[in-house]
Design a protein around this ligand. Structure first.
Ligand code: MTE
Ligand code: MO
Length: 578
């Protein structure tokens, strides 16, 4: 057993440079708002405004109606519709109507989707571009609501983030991804629980037969229903016992395809999960997954709009009686409950953003309570995935607040000859290392993917000293549970940038103090002279311009006590493997 050292009397002097932080989101201390542009999709080399889809869809709809109406005059089409009236032949009839649990789950689902979609858009606005390849090189995006990346100047990913309105995003403040993520993930958790119960109840009753097409007849039935709807002469509704072909296909897609795809593509954007899955995570890379996640989201929005309109035009009373009262008649039984549900949704919609701004710390704490512990479990997986030299990104986004101090300028001027890495706290042997001493230690190179919380990723080859080697030299005491990394740079809102890591992460093979990037000395932009690599966490935890490492038992006394600068000031979670 190693001997337990006396508690260190004098704390790391840099502790005094950490600042407290507001418990609410204060706009005067925040990244100033920045307008994006109308969303655009790239078709070949041309960027097309997606709002063109509105007049095009309008024109297409008119043509479709005209076409469907003329089609229905043809004897052949009439015979087809007689033969396939809308419900797939042989589709089983449901005896249990719309049971109470289905109504409750349907409402819970609406409420959850409201938060998930809005918070999801807020997350997207933090890096308002989509790509298929993991390197996120400017110009390779296929979708954006931000201008092209400016050339000839440093343009960080924070610079790139845009404001979306507070009725749309949660909380509708530029670069509020920390808070938006708590909403997105906590409500996802509830949504998944609701979904699992829903699947369970579907398949333990006869309700699953509503949604799962059991015969090929669903396709002609869907075509027939589509022609009937499009001709504005709707098929007779039998929703109480059976859905028509079009309902069945669209509900099936939503429940059994879009939902699982969203969950899988969401999780695959996480550094810990993607890196733990090896080749699978490399093939289904973060940007492809992010793009598919967005396409799946687009389906949900399309479905919700179409479904909502159809509820009204096919008979609001019958439909609300089904889903809000569980009765099959033309009374007004369900309508008041429908209005009540809409009132609750509206109130939730209006309150979400202002409450999140005012009670940001509470949102962070509640999120950590609801989902932080579960996300943290992903830290136990081995983030072993590495790439090859040919995968190195031609462009690597930069992020964060650059050091601006005489101390740092002096270090740059003498090419870091006077730089010292100070290691203190609960260690048997506190030490200082010069850059030359660090470079003389065993060197390790690795080519991992970097995952920024904002959504971009990039690949670089990092060279440096494995953290486990440093641990051997300084020998942390048994009660040392965390390593605190102090930067030479301040954070965006003043006070020193720092971040806290669990000690087990420091022992991992790929945890590195890097002084090289792509074979060259680390640039000032990317963290010279020394930056952390920890491959099962998001990028903000990898402190750049590291000046000191302190081993501690607890981090509640540091800064605002949340485990790092962005945790304190931007309400991020301190364990961020997902
Ligand atoms: N000192 C310091 N380190 C920092 C940051 C910062 O603002 N200050 N930003 C972090 C974030 S959010 C990311 S994504 C990575 C970006 O590293 P890069 O600029 O090399 O891409 O650095 C991290 N380290
Ligand atoms: Mo980041």
């Amino acid at each position: 057993m190693t001997k337990i050292p006396e508690p260190i009397a004098s704390p790391e002097p840099l502790e005094a440079s950490l600042t407290h932080a507001d418990d609410r989101l204060r706009l005067s201390h925040w990244l100033p708002p920045q307008e994006g542009i109308a969303p655009r999709v790239r078709i070949g080399r041309r960027w097309v405004n997606v709002f063109w889809a509105l007049p095009i869809a309008g024109a297409a709809l008119m043509i479709l109606i005209a076409l469907a109406q003329s089609l229905r005059e043809l004897p052949g089409v009439q015979a087809f519709i007689r033969q396939h009236p809308g419900i797939a032949q042989g589709a089983p009839s449901i005896d249990s109507g719309f049971p109470w649990w289905l109504q409750v789950q349907h409402f819970a689902n609406m409420l959850f989707m409201l938060f998930i979609i809005r918070a999801g858009l807020q997350i997207l606005a933090d890096h308002p571009r989509l790509y298929w390849k993991r390197d996120c090189t400017p110009g390779t995006d296929w979708f954006r609501f931000q201008k092209p990346v400016p050339q000839g100047r440093i343009w960080t990913s924070k610079d790139d983030s845009v404001t979306i309105p507070s009725w749309l995003g949660i909380p509708g403040v530029r670069h509020s991804i920390g808070l938006a993520r708590w909403w997105h993930f906590s409500i996802n958790f509830l949504w998944v629980i609701n979904g699992v119960i829903f699947y369970g109840l579907l398949f333990s009753t006869d309700q699953w037969r509503r949604l799962v097409p059991l015969t090929w007849g669903v396709f002609p039935a869907a075509l027939s229903t589509a022609i009937q709807y499009a001709s504005l002469n709707f098929p007779v509704d039998h929703s109480w016992t059976r859905y028509n072909g079009l309902q069945q296909l669209s509900y099936f897609t939503t429940v059994f395809i879009a939902a699982p795809v969203s969950i899988a593509t969401g999780l695959m954007q996480s550094p810990a999960i993607s890196n733990a899955l090896g080749w699978f995570g490399r093939v289904f890379n973060r940007q492809a997954m992010r793009s598919v996640h967005f396409i799946s989201f687009s389906w949900f929005v399309f479905f919700i709009l179409a479904h909502g309109i159809m509820v009204f035009v096919t008979g609001i009373r019958e439909n609300t009686n089904h889903m809000f009262a569980g009765v099959e008649n033309k009374s007004w039984a369900g309508f008041p409950f429908f209005l009540l549900a809409m009132a609750i949704l509206t109130a939730a919609w209006l309150l979400a953003s202002p409450l999140t701004v005012r009670h940001a710390r509470l949102v962070q704490r509640t999120g950590a309570f609801m989902i932080g512990w579960l996300k943290g479990l992903a830290e136990r997986w081995d983030p072993h995935s590495e790439l090859t030299e040919k995968d190195i990104s031609p462009h690597f986004w930069a992020n964060g607040t650059m050091p601006s101090s005489e101390e740092y300028d002096g270090l740059v001027a003498d090419e870091f000859a006077s730089y010292r890495l100070r290691i203190s706290g609960l260690v048997e042997s506190p030490q200082e290392f010069s850059l030359a001493e660090l470079k003389a230690m065993p060197k390790q190179e690795q080519i991992p993917t970097h995952f920024c919380i904002q959504g971009w990723s990039g690949v670089a080859k990092w060279g440096g000293v494995p953290m486990r080697h440093i641990l051997e030299l300084v020998r942390p005491a048994p009660q040392a549970r965390y390593a605190v990394f102090y930067s030479l740079a301040d954070g965006a809102d003043g006070g020193r940038y720092y971040d806290v890591h669990q000690i087990h992460n420091m022992r991992h093979r790929l945890t590195l103090l890097a002084y090289e990037m792509n074979g060259a000395p680390l640039s000032v932009l990317h963290g010279a002279p020394l930056r952390l690599r920890c491959e099962n966490e998001l990028g903000f935890k990898m402190v750049k311009w590291v000046t000191a490492i302190e081993f501690v038992e607890d981090f509640a006394h540091l800064g605002a006590g949340q485990g790092g600068y962005n945790e304190d000031h931007e309400f991020y979670g301190y364990r961020m493997p997902i």
